[in-house]
Ligand binder design. Structure first.
Ligand code: ADP
Ligand code: ZN
Length: 619
């Protein structure tokens, strides 16, 4: 059986081996034993439900939450010569009938449907007629309201087990804490399931958390390290996405915004342009990304803290799905945490929201804040959150392990200045006012209270306001300063504050330091021996082929395969067959074109260097 699995994987996808847990998950599908498979984004879940029906020559059903996600998967499968179809509301009646006819004839191994269609009488009848014996539930955490992406329509899937008592049900998800996992099993009614939980760590992702000062400039700076490459910038509010995209566009970045307030047509256009590589950066609210399978995303930026570690993991997870290095930057400011807290409190006033869900929301946010503020290897911290041990002493892929996080040299003195200013204004003012006094602002309120007479007035006037604000919030985060709750919060001193002021306690405040621009060792490794100009030129060819076929570029070939091509420069079909990521269908469809492209590139390069040697410019 193992041989048959590997043969299928080689023929359709051109992969030589399975990844951890894929074999076990595929086996559960073939044995038709219920399963719950938890793997991080990019871990290779889809292969687990794609292989069994191909090996067993049957038709399975995949329930998937978004049309875009289904379409991408079907396109990608067809490019591999794997027969699959989707039924969704974006198709007209004739297309639906045509697809249903093909399905009824048993032509497809996989059918993708949305949960609400799954339980329509028409579809149930089709499934019964086909004697469907296995269902895969993609993004299975959507069934649980403890997760971060609850979708009421998923709840109906509980019926699958009663309607198809002989079929197996397989849940797949990237994000599941223990509680969500138990909930999925219970809701789907899985019977004695095989539970496979992969490692959550994504070693190819480089995590950085940087104090937020002037976020637009900071984002533009970060993107400069990924010029011409795909990136997503997440913002909290819709209007933020528009402002940020505008700023980036002015600074020469091919960017567009995306949020749930745009009409469907406009959103689709942005998504299509991103898929077609006409734009490099999408600035979005969390509404964006689930439908995006572009595997070559090199950078994910959070311009504000997300509201849970699950969100963070899911959103950063969209980077580097091809396994190549990618960077994830979070711009942290405590003010954003307070903004979220405000939103949570407001939603608590809505009677429809059960108090335990609100409490859960508060707790999730607190965990996220802790992740952003704790001084600990980010890979280790994320692993711990998902209940895993992380054993590497240095991950080589986070700001802390790369030695980029440094305390300001005079941290303790800075902290003393801030705290003594809070004492001087008699612990009766908020952050804004304390910043005004420290930076020596000459406004009316400062004068009215005669705070321009204080010894702490203008003590930090050499620093930008944003930096001073950030320092104050760092002290709050570290528990060395209190900020009262309520409508008009004020800063108060606590026991720890006094210890700092008396010099009994040292403080480390972080500076917004620019990451080193060079490639990390891990990145450099993946570029070793790669002809980078050829790689870029192959990207062009990939776009061309994708346009001809009306599919997104990443459906054609992955970046990792393009790099292999630009490294080994194969000259024969046989040599090409041995490269990872080129299956039989792709070899037949455009293998010759790839080889010709590489040969032409090499000829051209030789010619140019000859001309340079002979000084003949070709006139
Ligand atoms: P997930 O659904 O878990 O987010 P995918 O199924 O999209 O992940 O897989 C992520 C990437 O890994 C895809 O580009 C896929 O082609 C690749 N991949 C999956 N399995 C293997 C394998 N056994 N060998 C090489 N690449 C693989
Ligand atoms: Zn680390």
């Amino acid at each position: 059986m193992t041989d048959e699995i590997l043969a299928a994987v080689r023929r359709f996808w051109g992969f030589e081996s399975l990844r951890p847990l894929q074999a076990e998950a595929i086996r559960a599908g073939l044995d038709r034993r219920d399963s719950l498979v938890v793997m991080p984004t990019g871990g290779g879940k889809s292969l687990c439900y794609q292989v069994p029906p191909a090996v067993a020559a049957r038709t399975d059903i995949v329930v998937s939450p978004l049309i875009a996600l289904m379409k991408d998967q079907v396109d990608a499968l067809r490019a591999c010569g794997y027969p699959a179809a989707a039924l969704h509301s974006g198709m007209d009646a004739a297309q639906l009938r045509q697809a249903e006819r093909e399905i009824a004839a048993g032509r497809h191994h996989l059918i993708f449907v949305a949960p609400e269609r799954m339980l329509t009488p028409r579809f149930l009848e089709l499934a019964a007629r086909l004697r469907v014996s296995a269902f895969a539930i993609d993004e299975a955490h959507c069934i649980s309201h403890w997760g971060h992406d609850f979708r009421p329509e998923y709840r109906q899937l509980a019926e699958l087990k009663t309607r198809f008592p002989n079929a197996s049900v397989h849940g797949y998800t990237a994000t599941a804490t223990e509680r969500v996992r138990r909930d999925i099993i219970e809701q789907l009614g899985l019977e004695d399931p095989t539970v496979l939980v992969g490692s959550f760590d994504r070693p190819n992702l480089l995590y950085r958390v940087i104090p937020k000062v002037r976020v637009e400039a900071q984002v533009a700076d970060t993107l400069r390290r990924h010029r011409g490459k795909a990136a997503i910038v997440y913002c909290v509010a819709r209007k933020d996405t528009e402002a940020m995209a505008g700023y980036l566009a002015e600074h020469g970045v091919r960017a567009a915004h995306y949020h749930a307030g745009m009409d469907a047509e406009e959103r689709r256009r942005t998504q299509d342009r991103f898929a077609a590589e006409e734009i490099d950066v999408v600035v979005a609210t969390v509404a964006f990304g689930m439908g995006i399978d572009r595997s070559d995303i090199r950078c994910v930026i959070h311009s504000a803290i997300p509201k849970s570690v699950e969100h963070y993991q899911q959103e950063t997870g969209r980077a580097g799905r091809d396994g190549l290095p990618a960077e994830c930057v979070l711009f942290y400011s405590a003010a954003d945490v307070l903004r979220w807290q405000g939103l949570i409190e407001r939603s608590a006033e809505d009677a429809d929201n059960p108090p335990e869900v609100i409490d859960n929301g508060r707790q999730l946010l607190e965990e996220m804040r802790r992740f952003a503020t704790v001084v600990r290897c980010r890979h280790a911290a994320l692993s711990a959150y998902f209940g895993e041990n992380y054993s590497k002493p240095n991950c080589g892929a986070c700001d802390l392990c790369l030695g980029e996080v440094v305390g300001a040299a005079d941290s303790t003195v800075l902290a003393q200045k801030v705290l003594s200013c809070v004492a001087r204004v008699e612990q009766r003012f908020g952050v804004e006012h304390v910043v005004d006094v420290l930076t020596g602002a000459g406004n009316e309120r400062v004068r009215r209270w005669r705070h321009d007479q204080l010894s702490t007035y203008g003590l930090l006037k050499a620093m930008p306001r944003k930096t001073v604000t950030n320092l104050i919030y760092q002290l709050v985060d570290a528990g060395m300063l209190e900020r009262t709750a309520g409508d008009r919060p004020v800063l108060r001193l606590n026991a720890a504050s006094w210890e700092v002021m008396r010099g009994k306690r040292a403080v480390t405040l972080l500076e917004a330091k620019k990451p080193k621009a060079e490639r990390t060792a891990m990145e450099a490794d993946t570029w070793r021996d790669v002809d980078e100009a050829l790689f870029e030129s192959l990207r062009g060819l990939r776009r061309e082929i994708a346009t001809e076929r009306g599919v997104p570029a990443y459906v054609i070939l992955h970046d990792s395969t393009l790099r292999e091509l630009a490294r080994h420069k194969p000259t024969t079909i046989e040599a090409l067959r041995n490269l990872r990521g080129v299956g039989e269908r792709k070899l037949a469809d455009f293998g010759a074109r790839l080889i010709e492209h590489i040969a032409a590139y090499e000829r051209n390069k030789r010619q140019v260097s000859n001309e340079m040697l002979t000084g003949d410019s070709g006139n």
